[in-house]
Design a protein around this ligand. Sequence first.
Ligand SMILES: *[C@@H]1O[C@H](CO)[C@@H](O)[C@H](O)[C@H]1NC(C)=O
Ligand SMILES: *[C@@H]1O[C@H](CO)[C@@H](O)[C@H](O)[C@H]1NC(C)=O
Length: 275
Amino acid sequence: MKITLLLISLCVFYTLGSPEISREVSVRITPSRSQFFQYEDVSLSCESSAGVGQLRRNTTTRGTESCSYGWGSIRGSDCTINTVYPSDSGVYWCESHSGQQSQRVRVTVTAGSVILGSPPFPVMEGDDVTLQCKTRFIQVLSNPHTDFYKDGVLVRSTGTENMTIHSVSKSDEGLYRCSISGAGDSAESQLTVRESYPAVLGGPDTPAPNVPPLHRLICHVVVGTPYLVSTIILGLIYRDRRRALKALRAAREHLRGNWRRLGSVGGRRCNVQKT
Ligand SMILES: *[C@@H]1O[C@H](CO)[C@@H](O)[C@H](O)[C@H]1NC(C)=O
Ligand SMILES: *[C@@H]1O[C@H](CO)[C@@H](O)[C@H](O)[C@H]1NC(C)=O
C-alpha cells in the first residue's frame, strides 16, 4: 500500500512537474538540420494553435531571449537569423502566451569547414535516416573520403557525403560527427530515436518529445486506476442501493397488504361485538 501511494505521488509529481511540452505549439527550422556554417541564414518558425507564439532561445553567451530581443528579424510567425555566428549556438523553441512550449531544437554553428547534417528533431523508429557530411570546399574535393563516428567510434567510412541508416532503432541513438579528409571534422549532434507506439496515445505530427511514452502510459494507469476503482465501487453501491430500495418497497407493499387484510378481519370482529 505504501509503495502504491509512493508511486501515485511520484506520478502526480511527474505529470505536473514535467515542463509543459504541448502538441499545440511547434517549431520548424529551415534548413532542416542542427548544424550550420557561420554566415548561413537560418529561419525558425513558430506554429501555435494556442494563441500567438513567439520564438525563444537559450544560448550560453546571452541566456534566454525571445526573437523580438534583436537577434533575429521577425516576419509574421517566422524569426530569421541572417548570418549566424557560433554565439547563436543554443536551444531554440516556440512558446505560446500561456507558456506552453514546443519541443526544443539544438542549433550548433561552426566557424569550421565541415558540418554534419542530421535530423534536428527525434526520428521515429523504423524510419530511414540520412546523415550528410557537408564541407564548404565541396567544389575543391571530388568524392572526398568521409568517416562517420557514433559516440566517438568510427561506424562508416565512405567515398560519399551521405550515410543512410535504414530502419533506425533505439540502438542507433547517440552523438554523431563526421570528418572529411583534407577538410576537417564536424561538431557532434545528437540523434534521438523515438519508439513507435499506438497512434491513440499521440498524433503522428508532433508527439511529446523526450518523454518515454511507456512511462507516461504507466503513470496514467497508476493515477487513473484509483478513479476507475472508486467509480466501479460507487456504481456497485448505487446498484445495491437501488436493489435494496426495491426490496424495501416490495416488503412495504406486502406489509400494507397484510395490514389491510388484518384490518378488514378486525373490523368484522368489531362489528360482531357491536351487535
Ligand atoms: C539555459 O541554459 C543553461 C545552460 O545550459 C541552463 O542552465 C538554463 O537552465 C537554461 N535556461 C532555460 C530557461 O532553459
Ligand atoms: C545526400 O542526401 C541529401 C539529403 O538527404 C541529398 O540532397 C543529396 O543529394 C545526397 N547526396 C548524394 C551524393 O546522394
